[in-house]
Design a protein around this ligand. Structure first.
Ligand code: KG4
Ligand code: ZN
Length: 335
């Protein structure tokens, strides 16, 4: 089964064709980062307009790369929630247009389910059930993936998502948007033991809180500026990154142990972080847990992951009508 998938939930316009949920026939990602960089973050109105301008050309390229026509496709899938509403609406309306004109089934896909499904492409042997950590710009979740379409959230952030904490601290340290990758690169040159940063206390075992840690870094930077003191930015990045990774790994692997999962899967843009990847492997090896982390190209937003999840939704007969509407927020458990 060949599915054309469309992703436009934030600042990437992406189209892919995926076969049977596991094989990429083509995948095109157009990043708008340069458009938003001068504003220090994503400007929703600009994101929507850029999606409108690029989506047709990107779909053409995806079809050409796969050497397929629209008539040869079996279904059209689209990220429908959660995300920036104007940005989502571009993809949803475009997908509806193709489904209507070509009389193809339409499949609504939850963005976070898509991130998790990126692992089905990277690891053909991977099957639920497993425990999954989702770390992206907007989400930080520990989720039981019970089967391909059934999810149970056991932990989530109470304030900032991990990616948000990376981006906001990075901005204070003077890095361009999105700052996560710059913190990652600087951290590699720094001494992670130089700055002692707080680990927020949360009274539920698998929930997270990153705003206190983020504020501690921001305060450190502002204080140093006021006192005209030099900060060792590389070491501050290394200390921040190590603290974040320890918070995540401690909770994730405690959950795996208590709930008796031997397979742990990671998903979302922040799992591109080299410090996090290394620490996750270290924890998994010590506990005899099989760990799956997608290759960097499948960590960030792309449409191939949407096409992968769409296949499993189709198999459950989860089809959308042509009155499908986008939603800015929606829990992974309520779809
Ligand atoms: O999953 P994603 O592409 O978009 C959302 O669904 O949010 O995640 C984007 C987030 C951004 O916050 C970005 O800074 C972060 O992932 N990110 C990283 C790295 N690469 C991307 N954070 C830390 N280290 C990285 N290497
Ligand atoms: Zn994402």
């Amino acid at each position: 089964m060949k599915i054309l998938a469309i992703e436009s939930s934030c600042d990437e316009t992406a189209v892919a064709i995926v076969q049977d949920g596991r094989q990429i026939l083509s995948s095109v990602v157009y990043s708008q980062i340069e458009e938003h960089q001068k504003y220090g973050g994503v400007v929703p109105e600009i994101a929507s307009r850029k999606h409108i301008e690029t989506i047709v050309a990107i779909t053409d390229t995806a079809l050409k790369d796969a050497n397929l026509s629209l008539d040869e496709l079996d279904a059209i899938a689209v990220t429908t929630y959660p995300g920036l509403i104007g940005a989502l609406l571009v993809g949803v309306n475009f997908a509806k247009g193709i489904a209507f004109s070509k009389n193809k089934p339409l499949i609504a896909v939850h963005h976070i389910k898509g991130h998790i499904a990126a692992n089905y492409i990277a690891f053909p042997q991977l099957k639920p059930p497993f425990l999954c950590l989702v770390v992206s710009g907007g989400h930080t979740h520990i989720i039981e993936v019970l089967d391909y379409t059934t999810f149970n959230i056991i932990g989530k952030t109470r304030d900032d998502a991990v990616g948000e904490a990376f981006d906001k601290t990075a901005r204070t340290m003077g890095f361009p948007y999105p700052g996560g990758i710059h913190v990652d690169k600087a951290a590699a040159k720094g001494d992670a033991s130089k700055y002692k940063l707080p680990k927020p206390k949360v009274d539920t075992p698998y929930d997270f809180s990153f705003s206190g840690l983020k504020t501690a870094v921001i305060n450190l930077v502002h204080n140093a500026k006021q006192k005209e003191q030099e900060l060792d930015i590389d070491s501050l990045c290394a200390s921040f990154q190590k603290t974040v990774c320890e918070i995540i790994c401690d909770k994730l692997f405690a959950a795996a142990q208590h709930l008796d999962y031997k397979t742990v899967v990671v998903a979302g843009g922040v799992c591109a972080n080299s410090g996090l990847r290394e620490m996750l492997h270290h924890y998994a090896n010590q506990r005899d847990i099989t760990l799956f982390i997608p290759p960097i190209a499948l960590c960030g937003d792309n449409a191939a992951m949407i096409g992968a999840q769409a296949f499993f939704e189709y198999q459950q007969n989860n089809l959308a009508e042509l009155n499908l509407n986008a939603q800015a927020s929606k829990s992974i458990q309520n779809v």
